[in-house]
Design a protein around this ligand. Structure first.
Ligand code: ADP
Ligand code: MG
Length: 379
């Protein structure tokens, strides 16, 4: 039976990282990214600027889309000034015939939030049929929600397990190459081959480096829906990116940003066909005087990867994914390391929390457990 409900205007949290929560008001085309800590107002303003720059410099005809930053709101705290910014819009009078959509998010929309926030394009949830397929393949049958988005982890292999995983992240599902290829086989009309996606990652990272002069630290490459029955590819999460100024020492900055990211990029091994397409995409952003920078960066990551050092000291080895027993690395036992940031939407088996120190996790990442959108307990 289909229930009739009245849609609420209350924001719902649809995602959370260490830095911010992401909120949706039903039927809106945008989300709010709201800092967890009121002191981080400057950092969200920095992200708003970075997101605007990337949209302007890097979004044109790229494989991965950059969300638009639609408005920034910083409420007054103590003796600081309140700020509200909205990018200028073309007047509808300047457009011919049909009234164009004005991408406006007014100040009043931010009233539910007492902390600094910005509004940006929403990455829509994966289509219903895709969610159902992923749940059927990878989730225990008791889980009936999610996943909302997939993270494209082409630098990591999620081990094949015969046991259903004991932790599920129903917000962001990790798709490694094998899982992506299986999804592509299932939805060939709507997805692109894995090589094309890897090339698109390279293209976007190259543009971020060469065209926007940011290091790309901590950006996420995700697969979502398009609001209809198909997919969309996005790059999101820009708060940790820093500018680089084309000094020789910056190659080190770019390399460390590359290895500290979650394992999105194909591993930089010259024998790896997927890395070859990533590289082609990356270099497509470099021309003229910039070419030596592109080549120097690629040489540096290949060098570092061949030494093996980066993989044992970076997100490539420790980021989200299940090990062969279905556990998050770092969560085995009372002395578990501090909560990784991506654990905010875990589905946790009953009885596990004490043994694995999940209270600590809940404190650290303000994880949401319970029976809400992404916190159902696996029984
Ligand atoms: N534009 C968006 N549309 C939909 N969901 C989003 C969007 N941006 C982020 N999210 C979700 O919210 C989560 C947290 O956002 P993120 O930007 O990664 O925060 P943080 O900076 O704290 O890491 C993401 O992993 C993703 O699941
Ligand atoms: Mg994040």
């Amino acid at each position: 039976m289909i229930e009739t409900i009245i849609l609420s205007d209350n924001p719902v949290c649809i995602g959370r990282g260490s830095f911010a929560g992401v909120y949706l008001v039903s039927a809106k085309l945008w989300v709010f990214k709201v800092v967890q800590n009121a002191q981080d107002a400057a950092a969200i303003s920095h992200e708003y600027d970075a997101c605007r720059t990337l949209f302007q410099c890097c979004n044109n005809n790229s494989f991965f889309a950059v969300p638009r930053a639609l408005a920034l709101n910083v409420p007054r705290i103590d003796d600081t000034c309140a700020t509200f910014l909205m990018p200028p819009q073309l007047s509808p009078r300047l457009q011919a015939s049909r009234r164009p959509i004005r991408h406006i998010v007014r100040e009043g929309e931010f009233s539910p939030f007492d902390k600094a926030a910005y509004a940006l394009d929403r990455v829509h949830d994966l289509p219903t049929g895709v969610k159902a397929y992923l749940r059927q393949c990878y989730f225990p049958s008791s889980v009936t929600v999610g996943p909302s988005l997939c993270r494209l982890y082409f630098g990591k292999e999620v081990p094949i397990s015969t046991q259903p995983p004991r932790f599920i992240n129903s917000q962001n599902f990790p798709l490694d190459v094998r899982r992506y290829e299986a999804l592509f086989e299932k939805f060939p009309e709507d997805l692109d081959p894995v090589e094309k996606v890897a090339e698109g990652m390279g293209e976007m990272l190259g543009r971020i480096h060469a065209w926007a002069s940011y290091d790309g630290r901590d950006i996420e490459f995700v697969l979502g829906g398009n609001g209809f029955s198909s997919f969309s590819f996005w790059v999101i999460d820009f708060n940790q990116m820093r500018k680089w100024t084309k000094q020789d020492s910056d190659i080190e900055t770019l390399t460390s940003a590359f290895f500290s990211n979650d394992p999105y990029y194909p591993r930089p091994r010259s024998s790896d066909a997927l890395y070859a397409t990533f590289k082609t995409g990356y270099l497509s952003a470099f021309s003229g005087d910039l070419v030596p920078w592109g080549n120097a960066f690629l040489a540096a990551i290949e060098d570092e990867a061949s030494s093996g050092f980066s993989y044992s000291n970076s997100g490539f080895s420790s980021a989200l994914g299940f090990d062969r027993h279905g556990w998050f690395p770092g969560y085995r036992g009372a002395n578990a390391s501090p909560a990784p940031l991506y654990c905010t939407t875990l589905l946790v088996p009953v009885g596990i929390s004490q043994e694995f120190g999940l209270e600590q996790l809940q404190d650290d990442s303000q994880a949401t457990f319970g029976t809400d959108l992404h916190g159902t307990i696996v029984r």
